[in-house]
Ligand binder design. Sequence first.
Ligand code: SF4
Ligand code: SF4
Length: 237
Amino acid sequence: MSENKNVSYSPTDGLCYDPNDELYWQQESLNKELERAFEICHGCRMCFKYCDSFPDLFRFIDENHDGDVRKLTAQETDQVMSSCFQCKLCEVQCPYTPRDSHEYQLDFPKLVHRYQAQKFRKNGSQPSLRDKLLSEPDQAGALARASLGTANLMNRNKAHRWFMEKMVGIHRDKLLPDFAAKSFSSIAKSKGWTKDSSQKVEVVLFQTCFVENNEPNIGEDAIFILEQNQVSYACVD
Ligand code: SF4
Ligand code: SF4
């Protein structure tokens, strides 16, 4: 590709989201897809508000490389990839996904997965303790509920937060949400909001980790609104 030719938005021959496919693990193929995805996102910019990945990406391209996505350094790419915490909001909002059968076949969170998988395999390293903890919010929620409120108190304790920062890498000043005494799924079960699969409903409510473990009242409010509007629903077990 000549230096001044635009990066095409069309899938490269490195497109792959399947870890069982050999192509998934080829670094050159991944690099082609990263460059293409970054070019598309830089032109679109819709996801600037969800996390640090996109603002960092746009800033690096605009301020460090005069708009040329091909000049991103490995360190900049790593920072963009490492800031993703897999919330999937960009995938839900993106109009260019495989889910929408769009020709660009862009799935940004899956691309991050691929990058991280290659990185871990290459370095022979394991995810950090922080990554492990943050990737299992339901397990963390169950442990916090078992502590009968102690976890919430500890999260506000300065000495404990200092220790957590040193051990786990979560900044001592980061405001952490309280864990609820009951998970949303247990509330839903006790109130009969979960239905068996033979019952047809108009809406199935898939709660987020935050609703499940921290703010189940948001889910309860959603059910209230559905009931008020006589919409049939089911919660997942
Ligand atoms: S992920 Fe999709 S919607 Fe988000 S910035 Fe990139 S192209 Fe735009
Ligand atoms: S999935 Fe990752 S890149 Fe996409 S909005 Fe969430 S944190 Fe950001």
